[in-house]
Design a binder for this molecule. Structure first.
Ligand SMILES: [Zn+2]
Length: 298
């Protein structure tokens, strides 16, 4: 079984990106996993601190490991946006493959100091664990926001990216490059799309040669995604689009089955809806290879 670092380096070589999907429950995990298996592409699933508190840190680790082992499949588990060392260590001890250590709200020097300490302590638990650090501002929660904040002045510069990576020893950087967590109503309606600062991504890649993650990918223009991946993005996070599909399909399913109390009769439609979103994004991020493999796999 390939390690996550090898999977990401392979993606960099092939100029594709690994899809990362947040999972709020086991049904969402099964929908994402079904999509990755159909396309035969590696996949990352992530759980935020809130999602971990709901699912259980060790329980979600056991679920993902069971899929990896039973199907011999490259599915990896990420501790998304972790804001304290204690929570990061808890995830590392439970067997997570990567940790997003996010102290981007702190002043730069303090972010550096604490992230460097976290990298050392996490690697002591598991030398293969990948630690992602974050600088700049990409907005708050993966949900529907009334309006989009103006984050343009908080974009990551190539210079600070280089300094941050050198000073902390992180494996992956999450830059602020026009991306944003969550969606605004016009994006939910499909009337507007997010656009990315492709030149900035290319400049950060040139300066650092680091693995790069794009957070807040939901609602982003497809062509921007492709250009961002060519410019050096290696992982793309999708969360709000899955949450939206979850909610809408669950509403529809409940409405179609009035009086039904059997979960396994109500929930499969939701799993299928999650799978379709994941399929669409994984095909895009993995380029023509995945589309061809997807067709041959039926
Ligand atoms: Zn994020």
């Amino acid at each position: 079984m390939q390690k996550l670092r090898e999977v990401l380096e392979q993606a960099q070589k092939n100029r594709v990106a690994v899809g990362h999907f947040n999972i709020g429950d086991q049904n969402i995990l099964m929908g994402v996993f079904a999509a990755a298996r159909e396309l035969r592409v590696p996949v990352m699933v992530g759980v935020s601190e809130g999602e971990r508190a709901f699912l259980g840190v060790r329980q979600v680790a056991a679920l993902v490991k069971s899929l990896r082992d039973e199907f011999d499949f490259p599915i990896f588990l990420n501790a998304d946006h972790t804001h304290s060392l204690a929570k990061a260590l808890e995830a590392a001890n439970a067997g997570f493959d990567s940790i997003v250590f996010d102290l981007s709200a702190l002043p730069f020097d303090e972010n550096v100091r604490q992230t460097r300490e976290a990298v050392q302590k996490l690697k002591a638990i598991n030398p293969d664990i990948l630690v992602e650090g974050e600088i700049g501002d990409i907005g708050s929660g993966s949900e529907i926001h009334e309006t989009a904040p103006d984050l343009s002045k908080f974009r990551t510069t190539p210079d600070e990216a280089k300094k941050f990576i050198a000073a902390t020893g992180i494996d992956i950087l999450a830059p602020a490059v026009g991306n944003m967590h969550g969606l605004v109503p016009s994006m939910v309606e499909g009337k507007t799309k997010k656009h990315l600062d492709i030149e900035r991504i290319a400049a950060i890649k040139n300066e650092t040669h680091s693995l790069l993650t794009l957070h807040g990918g939901s609602g982003t223009d497809d062509d921007d995604f492709l250009r961002a991946i060519q410019a050096g993005i290696n992982v793309v996070h999708i969360n709000t689009e899955l949450r939206l599909a979850w909610r809408n399909s669950l509403d529809a399913s409940l409405a179609q089955h009035p009086g039904e109390v059997v979960p396994y009769k109500i929930l499969p439609a939701m799993v299928e809806s999650i799978k379709q979103v994941a399929l669409s994004r994984l095909r895009l991020f993995n380029g023509a290879t995945a589309q061809a493999t997807g067709k041959s796999a039926g």
